[in-house]
Design a protein around this ligand. Structure first.
Ligand SMILES: *[C@@H]1O[C@H](CO)[C@@H](O)[C@H](O)[C@H]1NC(C)=O
Length: 210
């Protein structure tokens, strides 16, 4: 069994059209450093002795943006880890058709797209991947809408708005007024010039036909 080489090639091809037969959830997630992250892969309509592989593709700017073989789960052997994988970091769990990759104490370097995959005969089937971003400090999450909003935040937001409002609005109003004035003045000038021209022409014509 030499999974590494053919995995690289096959993964590049097959990941382009991940199958919904391996349903990976969530599609993407952001985690904080040191958190434990659970990635799920539901393998429907596969034999229960299917071997489920987990692969990772690091983000493109990384020096190694190829697919790394993390681990696979096998009915007889349980979790089998890839070379150079920290075993205390990865756990593969299986609950009937649901396979879970658990990552302990994630770090920013664990960011990437995680794929589950199974080897059929002859086809490889890939999930659509879970995009994991690990950050030291989580950005304020807009996902948790139902969370009771802390009072500090409620007080802060109007402050921010009112601070932003006056500092920005007069500028825009001023600009608008200035632009309007310039337009009005040039309109006036144009009308004036037009009148002068007409008067001059009339005078000229009068002189001619006299
Ligand atoms: C992660 O855990 C380590 C060890 O407990 C700690 O030293 C480090 O400060 C933690 N990092 C963050 C970002 O919480």
């Amino acid at each position: 069994m030499q999974p590494r080489l053919w995995l690289l090639v096959a993964a590049q091809l097959a990941a382009l059209h991940g199958s919904s037969a391996l349903l990976q959830t969530p599609a993407s997630m952001t985690a904080q450093t040191n958190q434990t992250v659970m990635l799920s892969c539901e393998a429907k309509n596969f034999p229960t002795n299917s071997r489920i592989y987990w692969l990772r593709q690091r983000p493109a700017p990384s020096t190694d943006s190829h697919y790394e073989f993390l681990a696979f789960w096998d009915l007889t052997r349980g979790t089998v880890y890839g070379k150079e994988m920290q075993q205390e970091k990865l756990t593969v769990l299986r609950d009937s058709s649901r396979y879970t990759l658990s990552l302990q104490s994630v770090e920013p370097s664990d960011s990437g797209v995680y794929f589950c995959m199974t080897v059929g005969n002859p086809d490889l089937t890939f999930g659509k991947g879970t995009q994991l971003s690990v950050v030291d400090v989580l950005p304020t999450t807009p996902q948790t809408t139902k969370k009771p909003t802390p009072k500090k935040k409620v007080l802060r937001f109007p402050n921010l708005v009112t601070q932003k409002g006056p500092s920005c609005a007069p500028l825009i109003v001023g600009l608008l007024v200035a632009v309007t004035l310039v337009l009005l003045v040039s309109l006036g000038v144009a009308i004036h010039l037009h009148c002068l021209q007409r008067r001059a022409r009339l005078r000229l014509l009068k002189q001619f036909y006299k």
